[in-house]
Design a protein around this ligand. Structure first.
Ligand SMILES: [Zn+2]
Length: 381
């Protein structure tokens, strides 16, 4: 429904009035960055067109048609999206095969997701995604049938950038002269990547970045942030909901790393063997990719400690928590041990990447740290 879409008031109003005034153009291209909400807008538009009890500003949400639209199972709502040859596709990839995954990813993200997330979802590994000719043939077949329940048939094509020439050519005629009461919505992200023959047959609706205030209030509601945090993130993400989510997730990881790091340093300093073994078991569980990120995080704190010691804390790039921790911790990192510490962390990174046993690697680092953290700082006179 339109009310689930973040911001985009102007676009929503335009779409709603096009329905009220009965001037729905038959082939529209919703053009906007991933994260602006062009797919959710296409879904809400289709639902509004098919709703049996339209309200002034939105679909009713409760009629039979709305319920089927919500679950993406309305028989007059069709989808085409890029796929690849995975185990499931058995040499003949096409949208129909991946409809269950499609419904899942849309539901899990309210329609806000990237093509990389889609690749992970259908497990394409490194194969590139495409809309093959097989899909275009299916579109022609589906649209030649009568509608089942609704006045309109709606065909949503996500990422028309991924048509190959044959599949695009097959659709040119129907895009130009569709059956009556047929609507194509192409959800696109980069007009430079779309074939000109397709572009020229569709009417473009630009979906802009999300208004920063609207995005911030959505972030407050969904992620329990303060108004100020949400405003900062929405500005950093430049009005893009997916980028905002990524920023929030990254800061959550950083908090986890901060806690791991401070506990680890305390245990190392006290040479608390039981805690150090427990730490190595805990870090074992987070997986190699995160272990490497964690080591990078530790190196960042060591570097910040040195900067802090030079009395140039205005150059520090640390969070509030980290800055507080550095007041006590930074003096333990100095000219007499910093090179050795950085070296053992770089070595650990190297061995983890090359499939060394993380538990043993981290335990080894811990024992070296218990000595290095007790090395006295050189006295300046
Ligand atoms: Zn309805």
């Amino acid at each position: 429904m339109f009310k689930q879409i973040i911001g985009q008031l102007e676009v929503k109003n335009r779409l709603i009035s096009s329905v009220k005034e009965g001037r729905i153009s038959h082939a529209q291209l919703f053009l906007g960055e991933q994260g602006t909400g062009n797919l959710p807008l296409a879904l809400a538009y289709a639902q509004y067109i098919m709703c049996e009890d339209k309200k002034d500003e939105d679909s009713c949400g409760v009629c039979g048609s709305c319920i089927k639209n919500n679950k993406l199972i309305h028989p007059d709502l069709h989808f085409v999206f890029p796929t690849a040859n995975t185990d499931k596709a058995k040499g003949k990839p096409m949208s129909e095969i991946f409809l269950p995954e499609w419904r899942e990813i849309v539901a899990e993200n309210n329609g806000y997701f990237t093509i990389n997330q889609w690749q992970d979802k259908i497990e394409t590994e490194n194969k590139s995604l495409l809309i093959p000719e097989r899909d275009s043939a299916e579109i022609l077949k589906k649209l030649s049938l009568k509608t089942y329940e609704s006045e309109y048939k709606v065909m949503i094509i996500w990422f028309p950038e991924k048509f190959n020439t044959e599949s695009a050519n097959k659709l040119l005629k129907i895009l130009e002269e569709p059956e009556p009461k047929t609507l194509f919505i192409l959800v696109a992200h980069d007009s430079g990547q779309i074939m000109p023959t397709i572009l020229s047959r569709t009417q473009t609706l630009k979906v802009p970045k999300i208004d920063l205030n609207e995005l911030a209030s959505a972030l407050v509601n969904q992620f329990q942030l303060s108004q100020q945090q949400a405003s900062t993130i929405s500005a950093l993400a430049d009005g893009n909901f997916i980028s905002s989510k990524n920023i929030i997730e990254a800061s959550e990881i950083e908090e986890q790393f901060y806690t791991l790091f401070t506990d680890w340093m305390r245990a190392s300093f006290k040479a608390d063997v039981i805690s150090l073994i427990a730490f190595s078991e805990e870090i074992q569980k987070i997986g190699r990719e995160k272990q490497k990120q964690f080591i990078t995080y530790c190196l960042h704190i060591f570097r910040e400690s040195l900067i802090n010691n030079f009395g140039t804390s205005n150059l520090n790039k640390t969070s509030q928590n980290e800055a507080q921790f550095l007041v006590k911790f930074a003096p333990f990192i100095h000219g007499a041990n910093c090179l050795d510490i950085i070296e053992i962390f770089n070595d650990a990174h190297y061995h983890i990447e090359r499939n060394g046993n993380p538990k043993i690697i981290f335990l080894d680092v811990s024992f070296k740290l218990t000595k290095l953290l007790r090395v006295k700082a050189p006295v300046l006179d």
